[in-house]
Design a protein around this ligand. Structure first.
Ligand SMILES: [Zn+2]
Length: 364
């Protein structure tokens, strides 16, 4: 069983933890030059991403998503803004490069080979060096990423997965699937009857979380580096019969808001529609978790007794491990009989942080 953490195991080494969305949004609105190069802002309604200093009209807060690098924004299906050219380095982009990038953006479905470069009087080695230096990838990889980004954009606009893949220059669905998997970390499912669930990342004081939502509600919220995340994503896909694709869902804004309130100590319970799929036993175990008050803990034994299965302690522990809603369904509030913190999918240090946070704010 591989335990690849989606989105974190990419070739993009420049990923950083960003300041809070409040800080970033303020910088965006002020066109704060101090933040140039720190982040890019992607607009969900237009599918375009910009430098913080872009002269274009600023989007509404709820429509913005922040990324630490342009490459990440591309991976999530956004296209670079023509006005502020977030892919170029300001003042240093040679003309030939701007023309080339323009061409790739306008026609991502066309593959520009070394021979095509020479036809454009460009030296392939020069092009290769520039892309390696500025984007840490070959020109070919850059083109692949733009094709992928283009396909995401079309899927976001409602195109079906196959149409988007072929229309963006992929020769087969399996080629699209491979590229997708490399860029995003999980395989998109291709069934046409499937509906799409959107995936996004949410920054928290405990590191980035992955959120999945469809029209009915939130389907998953987990730390991106938790063990077994791939398995959990597989379960979401198969149990809900959905394709997972990076994108927007109106619910994500509420998830972000409620999480930041929780981490600020001002929220004790979450008010979000959850799409819970599991066996009757799992559902009973998760219900019992939700009944544990904020700032308190229970032992596995007590949880087993609460669902009237006093001997099913191991099964209860397993069900807690299968919980797909970290923090919201508070499996962190279950500890060993002797008070030890025992296992937690997101890591014991996070469990400890959450329990201390709740303790601090429940006595206030
Ligand atoms: Zn712009």
């Amino acid at each position: 069983m591989s335990s690849i953490a989606p989105f974190t195991q990419t070739t993009d080494r420049s990923e950083r933890t960003l300041p809070s969305d409040d800080v970033l949004y303020a910088a965006l609105v002020k066109r704060d030059t101090q933040f140039a190069g720190v982040f890019v802002a992607a607009v969900k309604t237009t599918g375009i991403f910009c430098r913080p200093t872009c002269a274009a009209r600023k989007p509404k807060r709820e429509n913005v998503e922040f990324f630490s690098t342009p490459i990440q924004a591309l991976r999530f299906g956004y296209r670079p803004c023509k006005l502020c050219d977030p892919m170029g380095s300001p003042g240093h982009s040679p003309d030939w490069l701007l023309r080339l990038i323009d061409e790739v953006c306008a026609h991502p479905e066309i593959r520009i080979t070394d021979r095509n470069l020479r036809e454009r009087e460009l030296e392939p080695a020069t092009v290769r060096r520039w892309f390696q230096k500025h984007h840490g990838m070959t020109f070919q990889a850059y083109q692949r990423l733009m094709r992928l980004s283009h396909a995401f954009g079309r899927i976001r606009d409602g195109d079906d997965v196959a149409a988007a893949a072929f229309g963006s220059g992929f020769e087969s669905l399996s080629a699209f699937s491979d590229s997708f998997k490399k860029a995003v970390g999980f395989v998109p499912s291709m069934s046409r009857k499937c509906s799409i669930a959107a995936v996004t990342r949410i920054q928290t004081p405990l590191g980035p979380m992955l959120a999945v939502a469809n029209d009915e509600g939130l389907c998953l919220l987990e730390f991106v580096d938790r063990r077994m995340l791939e398995t959990q994503l597989d379960h979401v896909r198969s149990q809900l019969d959905v394709s997972l694709l990076p994108g927007a869902n109106p619910l994500f804004a509420s998830v972000r808001d409620q999480l930041s309130e929780y981490f600020a100590g001002t929220r004790r319970e979450f008010d979000l529609p959850l799409v819970v799929a599991g066996t009757p036993f799992q559902k009973a175990a998760w219900e019992a978790l939700r009944a544990i008050p904020y700032g308190q803990t229970r032992s596995y034994q007590e949880q087993a007794e609460a669902i009237e299965r006093p001997t099913a302690i191991r099964a209860v522990a397993r069900a807690n491990g299968d919980n797909r809603f970290a923090i919201i369904i508070p499996c962190h509030r279950v500890i060993g009989k002797d008070g030890s913190l025992t296992g937690y999918g997101g890591g014991i240090w996070r469990k400890q942080y959450l329990l201390e946070l709740e303790l601090r704010h429940s006595s206030a």
